[in-house]
Design a protein around this ligand. Structure first.
Ligand code: RET
Length: 262
């Protein structure tokens, strides 16, 4: 798709900088979550551990995407033209294939649904998310206005809506029995889920409204922004829920002790 495309210096630099921002955001998340680890006791750490792994996987992929971007174009007569080495869009999809199940597992861990229920749910969500991503990829690399792009996107969307439906139902159920603080955080996490996940199909559709090099720029900026919300920001909120739950537990232990003393 990219061969023959000419990018202005600005267009090339926007993608270059946004990918560089992606590397920085994922690295900052990785280090930040390691530093936050001590604030949680072992019992509440599972979700943060998964989030830290997500950051490592994503940072590696952003580095590879960046590298691929740099080798796909070179400057000629003041413009960037394709070198002949294709820009590798598959890195993103491989990244999602690995990180999406982990991000979903983070949420399931923090919802504390019990071992059996969590296992069953995670199994279903892994299958659905793998299918969503695997069926999205052929559409991503198909021609921008081809029928196959629409058909694959429609198939992928079935799994997308299924995942969102399952998660929103589970969050809503759990929210009912939580304290005000946890409820508020879960409310934000639910909004973050819908916002960030909703951004991916938009970043997929949006390029069809443009032509030429703008398509490439819009795709890369869109996916990177969505990734920063869906990975580090998401994990940060999940961490806050873990912390609030831990604080609640400590508070109830203290009040039980006070009751006994009294
Ligand atoms: C695709 C193809 C078009 C239709 C749909 C898509 C959805 C992608 C999503 C990706 C989520 C990725 C996340 C990554 C975080 O690391 C594949 C673009 C519905 C929802 C959360």
């Amino acid at each position: 798709m990219e061969l023959g495309v000419i990018l202005s210096q600005n267009q090339f630099n926007i993608v270059y900088n946004v990918l560089s921002f992606g590397i920085a955001a994922m690295l900052a998340g990785f280090i930040g979550f390691i530093l936050l680890r001590d604030q949680l006791k072992a019992k509440h750490r599972a979700a943060l551990t998964l989030g830290t792994l997500v950051m490592a996987i994503a940072d590696y992929h952003y580095f590879r995407i960046f590298e691929s971007w740099v080798s796909a174009y070179h400057i000629k007569g003041g413009h960037y033209v394709a070198t002949g080495i294709p820009f590798n869009e598959a890195y993103r999809y491989v990244d999602w294939l690995l990180t999406v199940p982990l991000l979903l597992a983070e949420l399931i861990a923090v919802l504390e649904l019990g071992k059996e229920r969590s296992k069953g749910l995670i199994g279903k969500l892994i299958v659905a998310s793998s299918l969503m991503i695997a069926t999205g990829y052929p559409g991503q690399i198909a021609g921008l206005h081809s029928t196959s792009r629409t058909v694959w996107a429609a198939i992928s969307s079935v799994f997308f809506f299924y995942i969102l439906y399952v998660l929103v139902v589970e969050i809503n159920k759990v929210m009912k029995s939580e304290t005000e603080e946890v409820k508020k955080l879960m409310f934000t996490t639910r909004a973050l889920l819908i916002m960030s996940w909703g951004f991916y199909p938009i970043a997929y559709i949006l390029p069809s409204l443009f032509s030429g090099a703008t398509v490439i720029v819009v795709t890369q900026v869109g996916y990177t922004v969505a990734d920063v919300i869906a990975k580090p920001l998401w994990t940060y909120f999940i961490f806050k829920i873990s912390k609030a739950k831990q604080d609640d537990e400590e508070l109830s232990v203290v009040s039980e002790k006070t009751l006994k003393v009294a």
